[in-house]
Design a protein around this ligand. Structure first.
Ligand code: NAD
Ligand code: ZN
Length: 249
């Protein structure tokens, strides 16, 4: 738990910052009702997400993997962005803010954030396995057919447009994110376990380059001890505390 003085210091850094880089993980969407992978609710039919979100699992049983994504997508489409997503939209109004997310739920964009750097893709889209074309996943398919989507351009099979364990992150997106963390005055790391890379490397890149790094997480993470400030609370409460009046935007 951050002391009052630590909170005041973190607030002052955030307020004075010109460039802010933010990394969010599944924890920021937990209050929207979307389970994190590592919480008990992340399980699906007793499968661990790590065993489903992989190229090998998809090669073995694409229909089952699609069924899992459609189950998750249904939750996402019924969810709303929460206070923490909106706080980042507000913060971006008067700061040079780069928002990087590991989430695939599209909630930052739906809240109004612009130019979100999605490191792990977006689960509302399918990607053609043959020509790479992206399609929005149709609701009808989702609700009724429960079959594998096919490309609108070439009719070949499409996969979820997400990065699976063992796959590379989109290089240009990662480069843009790294630049933002390298050049920021303050980095915010919200609701990510710091286990899945590049969470840890982005935070430490910012810190090594002289930025102040503030973490908001319900629990301590492998990063917590190394960072400047850690607010052990929910994403929404953490953002509320950091931006409470008289925070001047
Ligand atoms: P994670 O599931 O590994 O960790 C979530 C972190 O959020 C934990 O450290 C937990 O303590 C914290 N947390 C939980 N509830 C919180 C709250 N209300 N406020 C603040 N913190 C909270 O998630 P991850 O590190 O993002 O990595 C898993 C990967 O799985 C992601 O990179 C993503 O690609 C994918 N994923 C995405 C979503 C999504 O899009 N919403 C959901 C689950 C998993
Ligand atoms: Zn195609």
């Amino acid at each position: 738990m951050a002391t009052t003085m630590m909170l005041e210091q973190a607030r002052a850094h955030l307020q004075q910052a010109q460039r802010i880089a933010v990394l969010t993980g599944a924890g920021i969407s937990a209050e929207s009702g979307i389970p994190t992978f590592r919480g008990a609710q992340g399980l699906w039919r007793n499968h661990r997400p790590e065993d489903l979100a992989s190229p090998a699992a998809y090669a073995r049983d694409p229909a089952m993997i699609w069924e899992w994504y459609l189950w998750r997508l249904e939750k996402v489409l019924h969810a709303q962005p929460n206070e923490a997503h909106y706080a980042l939209v507000q913060l971006a109004q008067n700061k040079q803010l780069t928002l990087v997310t590991q989430n695939v739920d599209g909630l930052h964009t739906r809240a109004g954030s612009q130019a979100v750097l999605e490191l792990h893709g977006n689960m509302t889209q399918s990607r053609c396995e043959s020509c790479g074309n992206l399609d929005a996943i149709p609701h009808a398919l989702l609700l009724e057919q429960r079959t594998i989507p096919h490309c609108s351009q070439c009719s070949q099979r499409a996969r979820p447009n997400v990065v699976w364990f063992g796959e590379n992150l989109p290089a240009a997106v990662l480069e843009h994110a790294s630049e933002a963390f390298y050049h920021c005055d303050v980095a915010l790391v919200i609701g990510t376990s710091g286990v899945v890379q590049p969470a840890a490397s982005l935070a430490l890149l910012a810190q090594d380059a002289g930025a102040v790094v503030i973490e908001i997480n319900l629990e301590p993470t492998p990063l917590t001890a190394r960072l400047d400030y850690a607010l052990q609370t929910t994403a929404s409460a953490g953002m509320r505390q950091l931006m409470a009046p008289p925070f001047i935007l």
